[in-house]
Design a binder for this molecule. Structure first.
Ligand SMILES: [Mg+2]
Length: 190
């Protein structure tokens, strides 16, 4: 437990520099908000460079490189960090499930804006600048943070719910039956 505290503090500092929730569901000016927060917290150091999203690549079974996530933070750590963030600001009075859902949808819209008018985008986002990748990482993080908090406030144990849902998906879409097809499960015949 003692060792856990410094690690959580480090995670929390990283979290603060990457989060955009100046007000509940009103972070439409996300880019400017981030710049202000980052310049304040970085004390003149180019923190945006250190925080820039970089892909993690590992060797896949076939020898080709595959993208993977870092092992931390876990969803529970994200939940805990966000709970601390809202508690410190007395924002729980605003963070009821419906408000969180609306905030989540708003953040999905902000992700959509980054893809809008580009045409199809290939895996790995070839041609995107570091700044665009960083912005995408921030908006995807906003989505995840609100999703985790929504699940918390609805008392849905999200990691376990994901496992159950994926088991259901496997039953609905047996690999032997749906190989290479994008049909909905109701369209398959035995
Ligand atoms: Mg945002």
């Amino acid at each position: 437990m003692v060792l856990l505290v410094p690690r959580l503090q480090l995670l929390y500092r990283s979290y603060l520099t990457s989060l955009t929730i100046p007000k509940m569901a009103t972070n439409g000016d996300a880019v400017n908000g981030h710049k202000d927060d980052l310049s304040t917290l970085s004390n003149g150091v180019a923190l945006t460079d250190r925080l820039r999203v970089r892909p993690t690549l590992t060797n896949g079974a076939g020898g080709d490189e595959k993208f993977t996530f870092s092992k931390e933070p876990t969803l529970e750590e994200v939940r805990r960090l966000q709970a601390e963030f809202t508690d410190e600001r007395d924002w729980n009075q605003f963070h009821q499930p419906r408000n969180l859902l609306l905030a989540l949808v708003g953040e999905v819209g902000e992700v959509s804006e980054l893809f809008q008018w580009r045409g199809e985008v290939a895996e790995g986002l070839p041609g995107w600048t570091d700044s665009e990748r960083e912005h995408l990482g921030q908006e995807l993080s906003d989505v995840l943070i609100y999703l985790v908090e929504l699940a918390e406030k609805c008392h849905v144990d999200l990691p376990q719910a994901v496992l159950r849902k994926m088991a259901l998906n496997r039953l609905k879409y047996p690999a032997s039956k749906v190989q290479g097809s994008s049909k909905k499960y109701t369209e398959y015949k035995d």
